[in-house]
Structure formats: structure tokens, C-alpha cells
Design a protein around this ligand. Structure first.
Ligand code: NAD
Length: 508
């Protein structure tokens, strides 16, 4: 079956056990362009019986295929082949992300570059990895040796959202494979195309059939089937908090290892010792990157009273200079939102903000240019006079809507910053390193960037406090979620301490 052949009218096929196959009942869904709403392709829609085939494939590959005996060095070599494939297919991957996800050209390029960087990192990480290590000096005396073996968890199911389709797929596959697992990945039904391009790349490597399987389908069918499947050992989910909660409840039936990367309402804090021009650019970058469709976007901008008005004026000037439009055009800063549903959701929050008394200072609607009429655009929008009791300050909007708030002192600031149910990330802009560090320590989020934003690195943990998630991607913490720690104890034959201990129960 031909996958992603631009001249083919065939629907894009599921990737199961190393083969591209249609769904069992041959049902398809359409892929839409966020820029103009046109249909850009069809793909087969996996349901529970297709998911079952994919899980069985991942299960056999884990328990009885050659992957079972693979060494870390060989895993590194296998991941290197994916890295090479990603590099060879860069231009098509960039094109796909622009077309299918509405990513601007600059963002799509960055996503592909960062996907390659991530796969490359795990190539090296896996090659240099030790899966067994000795634990020194256990608290009991006696002649013994103790080890931890870091086993793969088994069959992992990864469920991902639409905002960074390729990057998320690569994150999940790289981490699962580097630790020796097999995987079934479910991309978002909004953005399936780059995941299947990745499947094509993987199908051309020496990675055994069934180690990676990709099944597109809708959340409450294919997604739930994965979450409930008894042969899935781990769920690695990235998406909204509401769906995360549902997944956690469903996965409890089979007590799966669950990690959740969920929503956010991140604060971007400007201290009064700041270099204002830098902080204005930082506020724009943190909020409007990918039209605000970033889980860790700096949606709550906290400004000190003393330069609030000047800062907002500068923000407005910059926002007026945004080029909103065709994501494939080099000069475009702001592209469309992913779907009509998302566009309506964001416009709904804008209306609520007005009702709740926030002041709209720029944007607030759909751009009136005729070119945009069929696409899912929302103007870059800024509200001032936002207070923490408003829905726009508490709920995730996931669109280009910046909420500006004032603060009086550090106590007031921290109460507000830590005053939502989320705890994903945040930023501080300051010229005073010590002061910013002290503040960062008090913020209840998984990441705080000082004088920067959106920097996620494979060596550093990324994830959320509170309702932003459970567990971490990346770093040692990330690897620990894809592995089981097995303790292996060796007791010497001659061992006085053990003899005495056993006497508590063993009759002489
Ligand atoms: P979503 O929760 O609607 O969907 C995410 C994925 O879950 C999709 O693949 C969807 O099909 C699937 N899904 C939906 N219902 C399901 C169910 N009942 N069972 C199993 N799977 C199900 O999220 P979205 O709209 O695609 O993406 C936006 C959300 O993702 C935002 O809330 C954003 O903050 C979050 N996100 C978080 C991170 C992070 O790292 N914390 C990163 C990116 C996006």
C-alpha cells in the first residue's frame, strides 16, 4: 500500500507490524488544511479491532522478536537509522507540517530540526547506556551484592495532540525505543500526516516489524481502546487535562504505568529591574509562538504597576506589525489555528473576557482579510485589566490571547502565579540573577525559564505540577517512566547475618 504518495488518491494507511494496511472496516477520515479548510487527504480510521492488531504486533515484537535480545548499542544503531531518515526527508516533513498543522514555515523548520536533534540525542544516549548498576553500601550488613536492572516497561501506548505532531511523535518513539520498549502511537486525528511519514522512514530501517506501530483514529475509539488494552503496559499521554483525567481513570482498570503531559496556564513575570525591550520581545515570543497553541505558552503576563502602560504600548506596536496569513509564506509570523472547533473555542473565551470586564486593547476577532475567510484564524489579541477570578486567567485558551495582569509585591505576585489549577511552566525576565532565582524556586511549575522561553531539552525534565500532569518527559526522570527498576540481590553462601535472621522462623 502506498503511503503519502502525493500523486495517489489512496487513503493513508495504518502502520502495523511493519506493513501499511487499511483499517479493518475500511472507514476513512479527511485531513483538512487549517489555512483554507480544504481537504488535503484521507486516512484510514483505526477502531478497537485495528488497535488490537497493533498492540498484538508490539507485544510479539517485545516478547518474542529479535528486539527482545537487542543491546543498547544496537538500539543506538537502530535510532541512528531513523535520524538519517529524518534528515533525508526534511523538506517533505516541513511541507507536511505547514499543510496539515498550519505551522508557519519557521516553526515547521524548527520542529523538524528539533525532531532530528531529539532522535540524535537518544541515539547517543542509548548507545552509552548501562542497563544494570550496582547499589553500594546497603543498610543491612552481611556478605551480599545488589544491583538495579533497568528493564523496559513493555508495550507502550503513546497518545499525542496536534500542536507539534512530528516532534511529539519523535519524542515518544525515541524515549520508548531508547529504553528497549515497543510502541503503538496514536497521533491526533487533526494531524496524522507527519506521523505516517515517520512510519515510512521507520519502515525503511532495520528496526524489526512491530516495534513501532502507528494507528490514527479518534480519541474515544482508538485512544480508549489503547488505554484499556490489557497488553499495553504503559500510557504516555500528551494532551488536555480533561482527557488526561479520563485516561488515568480508564488505565486504572489494568493498573498501567501512566504519564500525563497536560494543559497549562503559564505565567510570564516581568520584574521591575528588567531590560524592557527584551522583556517585550520575550512576552510576544512566549505567548504568540504557533498562534498561542503551546501547552507552556506564557499566557498570563505579570507586569509591575510602574511601567505597565509603557510596556503594553510597546506590545501593541509589535503586535500590529505581525504578518498574519499563509503559513507557507516565509514572512508569516502568525498562522491559523488547527480547526474551526478551536477557532470557536478561542473566540468564545474572548467574548467571556469582555463580559467579565477585561479591557481589549488589540485584536479580538477574525482578521477581515478575504484571504482568511475559509481558514481558522484568530487575530493576535491582548487583554489588560485581567483579574485572577476571570475565566481567561484560570482556563487554558490555547490560542493567541494574552492576558496582562498587574502585581504589587512578591507576595501578591506569587499568590496569583500559583493561583491556578495548572503548573506546567513559566518565565521570569530580570537583570538580577539572584533575585530571579529566588523567585523561580517559589513557583509551583515543572519549568521556569529566566530571560528565555520555550526551551525544552532532552537532558532536562519537562512536565507539570498539579493538574498539568504526572511524571516527566526527558532527563533521568523521563527515562525512569519508560523503565521498571528491578532489584537483584546476590547472597554469599557463607553469611552469618542471614543465618541468624533465618533462625527467627526456621526450626533447627
Ligand atoms: P486532547 O486532549 O483533545 O487530545 C489529545 C490526544 O488524546 C488526541 O490524540 C486525541 O485523539 C486523544 N484522546 C481524546 N480523547 C481520548 C480518550 N477518551 N481516550 C484516549 N485518547 C483520547 O488535546 P488536543 O486538543 O489534541 O491538544 C491540546 C492540548 O494538549 C492542550 O490542553 C495542551 O495544553 C496539551 N498539550 C500538552 C503538552 C505538554 O507537554 N504538557 C504539550 C502539547 C499539548
Amino acid at each position: 500500500m502506498n503511503n503519502l504518495n502525493e500523486n495517489s488518491l489512496e487513503p493513508v494507511a495504518l502502520f502495523i507490524a511493519g506493513k501499511f494496511v487499511p483499517s479493518i472496516d475500511m472507514e476513512t477520515l479527511s485531513a483538512f488544511s487549517p489555512f483554507d479548510g480544504s481537504v488535503i487527504g484521507q486516512f484510514y480510521k483505526a477502531k478497537a479491532n485495528d488497535v488490537d492488531l497493533a498492540v498484538e504486533a508490539a507485544y510479539s515484537a517485545f516478547y518474542s522478536g529479535p528486539w527482545k535480545k537487542i543491546t543498547p548499542k544496537e538500539i543506538g544503531e537502530a535510532l541512528a537509522e531513523i535520524t538519517t531518515g529524518l534528515k533525508k526527508n526534511m523538506s517533505q516533513l516541513i511541507k507536511t507540517e505547514i499543510l496539515d498543522a498550519g505551522s508557519t514555515q519557521k516553526k515547521a523548520r524548527e520542529d523538524v530540526f528539533l525532531s532530528i536533534k531529539c532522535m540524535n540525542y537518544y541515539t547517543e544516549w542509548a548507545s552509552g547506556r548501562t542497563t544494570i548498576e550496582e547499589i553500594a553500601n546497603l543498610s543491612r550488613s552481611g556478605i551480599q551484592q545488589n544491583f538495579i536492572q533497568h528493564d523496559p516497561v513493555g508495550v507502550c501506548a503513546a497518545i499525542i495532540p496536534w500542536n507539534f505532531p512530528l516532534k511529539m511523535a519523535v519524542w515518544k518513539i525515541a524515549q520508548a525505543l531508547a529504553t528497549g520498549n515497543t510502541i503503538v502511537l496514536k497521533p491526533s486525528e487533526e494531524t496524522v500526516l507527519s506521523a505516517y511519514k515517520l512510519a515510512e522512514i521507520i519502515s525503511q530501517t532495520s528496526i524489526p516489524d512491530g516495534v513501532v506501530n502507528i494507528v490514527a483514529g479518534i480519541g474515544n475509539e482508538a485512544g480508549e481502546a489503547l488505554v484499556k488494552h490489557p497488553k499495553v503496559d504503559k500510557i504516555s499521554f500528551t494532551g488536555s487535562t480533561d482527557v488526561g483525567k479520563k485516561i488515568m481513570a480508564l488505565a486504572s482498570e489494568t493498573l498501567k504505568n501512566v504519564t500525563l503531559e497536560c494543559g497549562g496556564k503559564s505565567a510570564n513575570i516581568v520584574l521591575d529591574d528588567v531590560e524592557i525591550d527584551l522583556a517585550v520581545d520575550g512576552a510576544i515570543y512566549s505567548m504568540f509562538y504557533h498562534s498561542g497553541q503551546c501547552c507552556e505558552a506564557g499566557t498570563l503576563l505579570f507586569l509591575p504597576e510602574k511601567f505597565h502602560d509603557k510596556f503594553v504600548e510597546q506590545l501593541i506596536t509589535k503586535v500590529k506589525n505581525f504578518k498574519v496569513g499563509d503559513p507557507s509564506a516565509r514572512e508569516t509570523h502568525i498562522g491559523p489555528l488547527i480547526s474551526e472547533r478551536q477557532q470557536k473555542r478561542v473566540l468564545g473565551y474572548i467574548e467571556k473576557a469582555k463580559e467579565h470586564g477585561a479591557t481589549l486593547v488589540i485584536g479580538g476577532g477574525i482578521p477581515d482579510d478575504v484571504d482568511f475567510s475559509d481558514g481558522y484564524f484568530v487575530e493576535p489579541t491582548i487583554f489588560t485589566e485581567v483579574t485572577m477570578d476571570m475565566a481567561i486567567a484560570q482556563e487554558e485558551i490555547f490560542g493567541p490571547v494574552l492576558c496582562v495582569l498587574k502585581y504589587n509585591d512578591e507576595t501578591d505576585l506569587l499568590e496569583k502565579v500559583n493561583g491556578t489549577k495548572f503548573g506546567l511552566a513559566g518565565g521570569i525576565w530580570s537583570s538580577n540573577r539572584d533575585r530571579a532565582f529566588e523567585l523561580a524556586k517559589k513557583i509551583r511549575t515543572g519549568t521556569v525559564w529566566i530571560n528565555d522561553y520555550h526551551l525544552i531539552d532532552e537532558k532536562a525534565p519537562f512536565g507539570g505540577y498539579k493538574q498539568s500532569g504526572i511524571g516527566r518527559e526527558f532527563g533521568d526522570a523521563g527515562a525512569s517512566h519508560f523503565t521498571e527498576a528491578k532489584h537483584i540481590h546476590w547472597g554469599e553462601i557463607e553469611n552469618k547475618e542471614r543465618t541468624i535472621r533465618m533462625k527467627t522462623i526456621v526450626p533447627s
